[in-house]
Design a protein around this ligand. Structure first.
Ligand SMILES: O=C(O)CCC(=O)C(=O)O
Length: 415
């Protein structure tokens, strides 16, 4: 026998079931009687369904709101009030409550403390959410975001004379075809170095230790090349033995006057470590803003990977010194970037594993820029300069006092 959707088999020995079926049939009849307004009676087999009280208070049967006819008058009024007051409250919270709370917090703790707390919070968030250890602090990130609209120029095919003039002004510049005749361009990259020179070493920033290139993919706590980033010092014995081979494939760029190369990597005789440093890093890593405490010109050459660079330098406003808004440039393989003494810089790899070398060179001197810088330093209290340098974490805040322009055999150098 089938009642509703349940099938019950009746056997003579099953009296209880038989009774239940009788009761269910009665229920069906009873429900059919009131089914004029309850067409949705479906589960007649549910025994306790008949016991549900169906009094006046049952909301689905309220006379003021027939099913399918929409909201009641009260609902419309309530909805209108909510529709007006909710956006108003949100606006008031955004423009009045939050600024007021901010103002009270700043008055109580002081603007500097609030700013520091904000940066600490940001650093903690980065620490918790980033897979690589934090390498650029929120405070420095904020400084970098406030960048200059000015562009760093890109040039190609420049003459030595043009190059000397650009450097004289202290203009940071990208020479896009700098490596056009370098054997290493197109050959040197991270994989090549790791395969061919597994015993060469780099200082792994994330792990804070020296590692052989052959072991980069076996760093504790990291998978493969994840977060790999560091520098190769040419003074280390492990690298010194390869320097000659590396340099044999990196020649003096075509725009450099050959007779002025003094104690540089490009006239390396093999007796002493050349003034150059290698940098290797995967996307998402880089070097936080800093200045190098030497006086020579800097040239980086990008052999593989793509990197963002920022550069800024001290500017004087009245009796105050501050860092100029950072100029940002993207450096592609085959390009070289020039920058100068006291320029604060940072890098971030944005594509492919980056391999680059930075060189220091004494010629040509950034004469106009350097002399203006020294003049500006003289016009302000020394603490202005100190604070600027302390800000970048330099070890010797007086390093610039040792810098000099000097002339020999008709050429001027900076050292
Ligand atoms: O190439 C880099 O990522 C960093 C270079 C740098 O900071 C330097 O040469 O001083």
């Amino acid at each position: 026998m089938q009642v509703g959707c349940r099938v019950i088999h009746i056997t003579p020995g099953n009296q209880t079931i038989s009774n239940q079926v009788t009761k269910l049939s009665q229920n069906v009849k009873k429900k059919s009687a009131i089914s004029g307004w309850r067409k949705d009676l479906k589960e007649v087999s549910k025994q306790d369904d008949t016991d549900i009280p169906r009094g006046k208070g049952n909301s689905s049967l309220r006379p003021t709101q027939k099913p399918g006819t929409g909201a009641s008058r009260q609902d419309v009024i309530l909805g209108t009030i909510m529709g007006i007051t909710l956006p108003l409250s949100l606006l008031a919270m955004w423009y009045i409550t939050i600024p007021l709370l901010g103002y009270c917090t700043v008055s109580l703790l002081g603007a500097e403390t609030v700013e520091t707390l904000f940066y600490v919070k940001e650093d903690m968030m980065s620490y918790l959410t980033s897979e690589c250890p934090l390498w650029i602090a929120a405070k420095e990130r904020a400084y970098l975001e406030n960048r200059s609209d000015q562009e760093i120029r890109r040039v190609t095919n420049i003459t030595q004379r043009e190059f000397i003039e650009i450097v004289k002004q202290g203009e940071p510049i990208v020479i896009s075809d700098a490596l056009r005749d370098w054997e290493s361009f197109g050959l040197f990259n991270c994989e090549y170095f790791m395969d061919k020179y597994p015993e060469a070493e780099y200082f792994d920033w994330q792990g804070q230790k020296q590692l052989t290139l052959g072991n980069i993919t076996h760093r504790e706590g990291f998978k493969g090349m994840d977060c790999a980033s560091g520098y190769m010092d040419m003074n280390w014995e492990s690298n010194d033995k390869y320097v000659k081979e590396w340099l044999s494939k990196m020649k003096l760029p075509y725009f450099y006057p050959e007779d002025t190369i003094m104690e540089s990597a490009f006239n390396y005789q093999g007796n002493k470590s050349p003034p150059m440093t290698g940098f290797l890093g995967v996307p998402g890593t880089g070097v936080s803003p800093h200045i190098d405490e030497t006086c020579e010109n800097f040239m980086t050459v990008q052999l593989s990977g793509v990197k963002h660079w920022s550069l800024s330098w001290p500017v004087r406003e009245g009796d105050k010194l501050q860092w100029s808004k950072p100029l940002v440039v993207t450096l592609y393989p085959g390009e070289a970037l020039m920058w100068y003494v006291s320029m604060r810089h940072h890098t971030e790899v944005i594509q492919d594993c980056s391999l680059s070398f930075s060189f220091t060179l004494k010629h040509p001197p950034p004469k106009d820029y350097y002399e203006r810088l020294i003049q500006d330093f003289k016009r302000v209290e020394k603490t202005e300069r100190d604070n600027l340098y302390i800000d970048t974490g330099v070890a010797d805040i007086d390093f610039i006092d040792t810098c000099n322009l000097f002339e020999t055999q008709g050429n001027v150098y900076i050292t």
